[in-house]
Design a protein around this ligand. Structure first.
Ligand SMILES: [Zn+2]
Length: 308
């Protein structure tokens, strides 16, 4: 039993409170629901679980100066205007964004990549249709580059006057267009976030078919869902999918109605064996989404020599 107050209430799966093996990069993906209190929790969680880089969605700019010594971020802490997601010229957008955080104990170098609106970009400049909707970094160690990381959020769109008609896939399709040069480059990439999509659910009012278009388009570039999954094939009793033969859903976001859904996913063009994922319990009061730990394990030496 831990007596460290920073660790109070942080229940980690077995082994995750130990530093990962040499060469493993530990990531944390979390929609922090634009809550200021989530930042201190994130630091405690990252310290306890030896997280190298956090891939965040719905992150509002951390304002508590006490956090600053342990927190490096993209957007940068001082860049107040950058912590925003732009929607449309006639929309105020959202006062939070997709972001990265890394820490004094991180074992990787983090190189962030600015992206500009398509209308402002030269042809070879990385673009973003909705600035703030996704963020890109590259992580490396002394042995060389590891991967590009994309923290991504599926923005809800709603037509004026039809608030009940909401959809996330148009925004995600635009982000895939923005990311296509990266996806075609063959660079190792880990994409994680709250997609607001349904993967491997039966059809609910066309939600599945619409979600599938996004996953299929990622798959076109060799980028597939690699987790998080449950190890067991036994039906999660409350899973709305009701597919006992195939259900491996993990619950990342309980609905206020009591229904639990998986809305957060990890995708990659790396072999599934190189990514291990764990869903942590909901940190009530800090976010309505569950944090996901992602271990990116090194390529076996044999693969390097056989491919080279
Ligand atoms: Zn299920």
């Amino acid at each position: 039993m831990s007596t460290d107050p920073l660790k109070t209430g942080i229940d980690l799966p077995a082994g995750l409170d130990q530093a990962p093996a040499e060469g493993v990069v530990r990531l944390l993906c979390w929609n922090i629901a634009h809550r200021q209190g989530a930042w201190a929790r994130l630091l405690a969680l990252a310290r306890t679980a030896h997280v190298d880089v956090a891939m965040l969605q719905e992150a509002s700019r951390p304002r508590d100066p006490a956090l600053t010594p342990d927190l490096s971020t993209w957007p940068e802490l001082a860049d107040k205007d950058a912590w925003h997601t732009w929607d449309r010229p006639d929309s105020p957008g959202r006062r939070w964004c997709s972001a990265f955080a890394w820490f004094p104990w991180s074992r990787v170098e983090v190189e962030t990549e600015p992206r500009v609106k398509l209308s402002d970009a030269n042809w070879d400049v990385p673009t973003i249709s909705h600035p703030g909707q996704f963020a890109v970094t590259r992580v490396s160690t002394s042995t060389g580059p590891i991967a590009a990381l994309v923290s991504i959020y599926g923005l809800w769109d709603a037509m004026p006057g039809k608030r009940s008609l909401i959809f996330a896939e148009p925004c995600l399709h635009r982000s895939i267009s923005d990311l296509t040069p990266l996806l075609l480059s063959g660079e190792p990439v880990v994409i994680a976030g709250d997609l607001n999509l349904l993967y491997r659910y039966p059809d609910f009012d066309k939600w599945k078919a619409r979600s599938d278009t996004v996953f299929a388009r990622f798959a076109t570039y060799g980028v597939n869902v690699v987790g998080p999954y449950r190890d067991t094939e036994v039906l999660f009793p409350d899973c709305p999918c009701e597919q006992p033969e195939t259900c491996r859903h993990v619950m990342t976001r309980p609905d206020p109605s009591g229904q639990q859904w998986q809305l957060d996913y990890v995708l990659s063009n790396l072999f599934e064996e190189r990514l291990r994922t764990w869903v942590l319990p909901i940190h009530t009061g800090f976010s309505d989404h569950a944090p996901i730990i992602i271990d990116l394990v090194p390529e076996p030496a044999g693969e390097l020599s056989s491919s080279g």
